[in-house]
Design a protein around this ligand. Structure first.
Ligand code: PLP
Length: 452
């Protein structure tokens, strides 16, 4: 038996994979990734793939960073674990909180640590409700989110998210979470211009607030651009109108920057890119570049002051909140981003090159729209460009394209028939050219399959 067959059989027997149809693995088997370096990964059969997804949008500094390995190893030897409960803490967590506060928007100077993006959003839910209790407005409990948003897989995270497939499994959402329209112009904009549609999508928030009563609404949660939903970038009119509405009704903004944080937009946080002043920011992924699990919530002074001064004991926390080894990984990861000026480089050089290169795919007969910002991109696969019309969903054109990418040595993710790209921030211009070349070959193969 080859090693791959043995691994696949053991995998099939003992492992239920996240977001995977286990039955379909019976036919194909899993792809087993064994090692990685820079922007490349290798499977157990030695096939080399350009990782156009940075793992799951997280390996910002690329694979194989020895200095993170060293930082983690040193911390493990010195203090592998201690908690941050009950008036205890340790140097790495303190240093990390201070470092993140220095990078965050000026009005945000406090961090609560978690183990993941999902836990960060659970923390947000409890923190905003507690905030309004302490402000003497105990009815302000409902959180407004958006259809097709992704905010994680815990019960609160999946409830805050707007994915119907997730709500169906587990009787979600939990009470006092409601969802409004997403600003997805390409699929839902109809005859409206992107600007008019963006305004309309934002005004759905005001309609919902008025329906619920402003005294019952605690917060609005949103990703700056929807990642897992299909890299949905709001039209330029969207965020300014949302800001106006939130200010008018005194409703908190929770900005989920689990994907967009730590450089992906060419800024440390997308709040800067979209000129937003959130009350809470969810972070994870790029915080450690995925080397070790870690997440957190960055908290505006307005909220932090109330929680610190008036809450008494905040009855919330995780065994691994501020884990010393994860904090050491995060500190070195941030150090690399600073030393190599990755945020500045992405903003000034790599992202503009990437966005321009992506446009080469726009003319392809299978491509309806190419969009992106910073170092994320999306390619909409369609049957009819003029009508922005997709192939029937049972065909699975996105899956064909994803598999064709793999065949040509590229990892791209498919969200329905939208192809997603989010490479490590360290990708070079030559590697971007390689990515586009491979994507084009995959699009050609997929188109041939569509015509057959
Ligand atoms: N929020 C957003 C925007 C995400 O994209 C994700 C994960 O993809 C999460 C939250 C959940 O993070 P985690 O998987 O670390 O729990």
């Amino acid at each position: 038996m080859t090693d791959l067959t043995r691994l696949q059989q053991a995998d099939k027997a003992h492992f239920i994979h996240p977001f995977t149809d286990s039955k379909s693995l019976g036919e194909k088997g899993t792809r087993v990734i064994e090692r990685a370096e820079g922007v490349y990964i290798w499977d157990v059969q030695g096939k080399k793939l350009l990782d156009g997804m940075a793992g799951l949008w997280c390996v910002n500094v690329g694979y194989g960073r020895q200095s993170i390995v060293d930082a983690v190893s040193k911390q493990m030897q010195q203090l592998p674990y201690y908690n941050s409960f009950f008036q205890c803490t340790h140097p790495p967590a303190i240093e990390l909180a201070k470092t993140i506060a220095e990078l965050a928007p000026k009005h945000m100077n406090t961090v609560f640590f978690t183990g993941s993006g999902s836990e960060s959003n659970d923390t947000n839910l409890r923190m905003v409700r507690r905030y309004w209790d302490l402000k003497g407005q105990p009815n302000k409990k409902t959180i407004i989110s958006r259809h097709n948003a992704y905010h994680g897989s815990t019960v609160a995270g999946a409830s805050l998210g707007g994915m119907s497939g997730m709500h169906e499994q587990g009787d979600l959402p939990i009470p006092k979470i409601v969802h409004i329209a997403q600003p997805y112009w390409y699929q839902e904009g109809g005859d409206l211009t992107p600007e008019a549609f963006g305004l309309q999508a934002a005004q759905a928030l005001e309609t919902e607030i008025l329906a619920l009563g402003e005294d019952n609404v605690a917060a609005f949660i949103a990703e700056p651009f929807q990642g897992a939903g299909g890299v949905i970038i709001p039209p330029s009119t969207y965020w300014p109108e949302i800001k106006r509405i939130l200010a008018k009704y005194d409703i908190l903004l929770i900005l989920d920057e689990v994907i967009s944080g730590f450089g992906r937009t060419g800024h440390w946080f997308a709040a800067e890119y979209f000129d937003l002043q959130p009350d809470l920011i969810s972070i994870a992924k790029g915080m450690t570049s995925g080397y070790v699990p870690m997440g957190g919530v960055i908290i505006a002074d307005r909220v932090a002051d109330v929680i610190k001064q008036q809450c008494g004991e905040f009855t919330h926390g995780y065994t691994y909140s501020g884990h010393p080894v994860a904090a050491a990984a995060a500190l070195e990861n941030i150090n690399i981003i600073k030393q190599e000026k990755l945020v500045e480089k992405v903003g000034a050089e790599i992202a503009p090159y990437f966005q321009q290169a992506l446009q080469q795919l726009a003319e392809h007969p299978l491509v309806g729209e190419v969009r992106g910002l910073g170092l994320v991109g999306a390619i909409e696969l369609v049957q009819n460009k003029a009508k922005r019309q997709r192939y029937p969903s049972n065909i699975g054109v996105g899956t064909w394209c994803r598999d064709a990418c793999i065949a040509h040595g590229l990892v791209m993710r498919s969200v329905g028939d939208t192809m997603i790209i989010s490479p490590p921030l360290v990708i070079t211009k030559a590697q971007i050219d390689e990515l586009i070349e491979k994507a084009l070959l995959a699009l050609n193969d997929t188109y041939t399959q569509c015509l057959a």
